[in-house]
Design a protein around this ligand. Structure first.
Ligand code: NAP
Length: 320
């Protein structure tokens, strides 16, 4: 199964064609011909080796865990899917990623691609969508009328989190750079705070969703209401005394999370998309080639991506 990945950790020059051993499709699994893969910061962080203690991979591995493609084979107990179905999904985090010609995925993790979405648009959604649903709906249990503060409103997660928080009926304040203020506002944020201007967070929020980490989290925590919820996906939860004191004094429920594939959340995401409450936000597509993946990783690692980066593959083009 040919894909783009690594034989050892390192910079983007380590990205190469990887030929993983093929295997049979399991009874509840589906083989998918990939047409697009989302690119997420976890891809280049893993490639660099930053996550080697947390995730027990031994290279070689194919990167990417966000996909869209066409079903080509189904396992013996699979009734729901047929060859030719167009699907999008967040697969399990294994050595068989989505920068690849094919992938085998558990059928329960798939959803039909809504008619109006391209493969690239569909592949941009699962990882950031499931992350936002887990943070805002499952952990924070944000409700209609809640005030939600999102750090990193213009990034891959932030652009979708804003839309989901608005769909729930929350009032949303998001942070972004000044140059991305209008872009973040256009995703639905009621208020945008430009962190690189002399603009400060004002007021208090029921929910803090942190997609940035570090200092921005520390600055934001005092703006969570007594008994409010803070969820960080970027290692924001601080160990410094001052931050912990505020968290404890205000009885803030503090959570760090690492998203997992989940069929229920994938269905919820698909419901938001088909109801036109969540739309993909693509900033750049690159070809699914070694060169394309290297460019995409360099782009993502700038930490300045607006919306999502996606690798796209023509069905007849082998990865190379
Ligand atoms: N734990 C999990 O399950 C999980 C899941 C998904 C992602 N993550 C992590 O969450 C983080 C965000 O992911 P992503 O996909 O959204 O990344 P991304 O698309 O690369 O995010 C880049 C964005 O971050 C913004 N940003 C950088 N510094 C900022 C600051 N000080 N304040 C506000 N915004 C700032 C940039 O906005 P400007 O250009 O406007 O500054 C840019 O739009 C990454 O660290 C990723 O690894 C974790």
């Amino acid at each position: 199964m040919k894909g783009i990945g690594i034989h050892r950790y390192g910079d983007e020059r380590e990205l190469t064609v990887v030929d993983m051993p093929d295997r049979d499709v399991g009874a509840n699994e589906v083989r998918i011909s990939l047409r697009a893969s989302g690119v997420n910061p976890i891809d280049w962080k893993l490639r660099e080796g930053y996550l080697k203690d947390a995730l027990s991979f031994t290279p070689p591995l194919t990167l990417g865990w966000d996909g869209a493609g066409v079903v080509v084979e189904t396992g013996e107990y699979v009734n729901k899917w047929q060859p030719g179905d167009e699907v999008y999904f967040r697969p399990e985090l294994t050595e068989y990623g989505t920068y690849a010609e094919e992938i085998i995925v558990e059928e329960a993790l798939l959803q039909h691609i809504p008619a109006e979405l391209s493969f690239a648009e569909a592949a941009s959604l699962p990882l950031v969508g499931l992350t936002s649903i887990e943070a805002l709906m499952n952990i924070a249990q944000a409700q209609k009328g809640d005030s939600v503060l999102i750090l990193g409103g213009s990034g891959g997660v932030g652009t979708v989190a804003i839309q989901i928080a608005k769909a729930i009926g929350a009032t949303v304040t998001a942070t972004s750079s000044d140059k991305n203020r209008a872009f973040t506002s256009a995703r639905g944020a009621d208020h945008v705070i430009a962190y690189d201007q002399d603009e400060v967070i004002e007021g208090e929020f029921d929910v803090l969703f942190d997609a940035v980490g570090g200092e921005p989290y520390k600055k934001a925590i005092s703006h969570v209401k007594n008994g409010g919820v803070a969820v960080s996906i970027a290692g924001g939860v601080s160990q410094d005394e001052e931050t912990i004191k505020i968290e404890q004094q205000k009885l803030i429920q503090v959570n760090e999370m690492f998203m997992q594939p989940d069929q229920e959340k994938m269905k919820q995401l698909n419901d938001f998309v088909t109801a036109h409450q969540v739309s993909p936000v693509l900033s750049h597509t690159y070809p699914m080639s070694v060169e394309g993946a290297r460019d995409a990783h360099q782009d993502s690692a700038t930490n300045r991506t607006k919306g999502k980066i996606v690798l796209v593959r023509d069905e007849n083009t082998p990865v190379q």
